[in-house]
Design a protein around this ligand. Structure first.
Ligand code: GUN
Length: 300
């Protein structure tokens, strides 16, 4: 009996590309350090004991040190007041050796997130969350891009995906991923025709099936099944969901929003979870820190 191979998408390997980018950044950081007599500085602020946040923050600081940045975590107790956090940000904003400031979210409920995000100096806002940077991304006027959309664009560019004229469908309208992604993909650099969908979209499948490029950022395991994907589409899965898995020691596994095995049989390119968008997001934080340091050194 002849066996026909099942067509399978090529992987967009975020782990491999992030490693390449980190090694490029190591050279950039060494150049900066030689030129200005200090490495670019990053401070990651963690308020409270949220276990997932603590592990994200230590990952970010370790990544940053590994490329030669002067990186440190500032850990504050859950009871920190909004005024105390604002005072810390004021100190970091004024510190010339600090180029990037990131406040890990979510914050405890007694602290107003938008008040904190807006208190980070825009030129040090390496998350790209400050309204000035959001506006700059929207108006194509530079600034620091949010890390997840920037990481996805880098993944597409380095895989030579020709985006011009593609119908890109973005699922999820978050301020951190969906909205900026839709805006950037429609910009003159990428020239996609973009549809932005969300939880109230009627007949989501009708939209996703029309997508040449599908970006899914919802946080719902298995949301996108093979029947919702066009043959030959490029599929970017931003979801990171913990699902129970008693066969693993830690009791869970990480999956995206896309039913990976079935969709991989139909797509042309697909990001895995883990190992797709996640490592790219982390690498873009380091790139933003170097970009912020260079911009500040050029315009002190
Ligand atoms: N919490 C989850 N993701 C992020 C992120 O990208 N930046 C910050 N500051 N907090 C987060």
């Amino acid at each position: 009996m002849t066996e026909f191979p099942i067509p399978r998408a090529a992987l967009l390997d975020g782990n491999a590309l992030a490693a390449t980018i980190r090694s490029e950044l190591r050279d950039d950081v060494a150049d900066f350090t030689r030129r200005y007599g200090r490495p670019p500085g990053l401070r990651v602020v963690l308020v409270g004991e949220h276990p997932a946040s603590a592990s994200y923050v230590s990952g970010k600081t370790q990544d940053a040190r590994a490329v030669g940045l002067d990186a440190a975590t500032v850990a504050l107790p859950e009871t920190t007041s909004e005024a105390e956090l604002l005072a810390l940000l004021d100190t970091l904003n004024r510190d010339d050796a600090v180029d990037g400031v990131l406040v890990q979210l979510p914050l405890p409920p007694h602290i107003r997130t938008e008040r904190i995000v807006e208190a980070i100096a825009p030129e040090k806002d390496v998350d790209g969350f400050h309204p000035e940077n959001v506006g700059r991304a929207f108006t194509d006027t530079g600034g620091l891009l949010p890390c997840t959309p920037a990481g996805i664009l880098e993944l597409l560019e380095r895989a030579d995906v020709a985006t011009r004229g593609l119908h890109a469908v973005v699922v999820g309208r978050s301020l951190i991923v969906g909205k900026p992604m839709a805006s950037l993909l429609s910009s003159p650099r990428y020239n996609c025709t973009v549809t932005l969908t969300h939880r109230h979209t009627r007949d989501l499948a009708a939209f996703t099936r029309a997508a040449d490029l599908l970006v899914v950022a919802v946080g719902q395991p298995g949301l996108i099944t093979a029947d919702m994907v066009k043959d030959g589409a490029v599929v970017i899965d931003v979801g990171i969901n913990r699902v129970d898995d008693p066969s693993r020691e830690r009791g869970y596994k990480l999956v995206g929003d896309v039913a990976f095995d079935d969709v991989a049989a139909k797509a042309r390119l697909i990001t895995p979870v883990p190992g797709g968008v996640g490592p790219m997001t982390r690498a873009m934080l380091l790139r933003n820190t170097v970009q912020a340091a260079r911009a500040r050194a050029a315009e002190p």
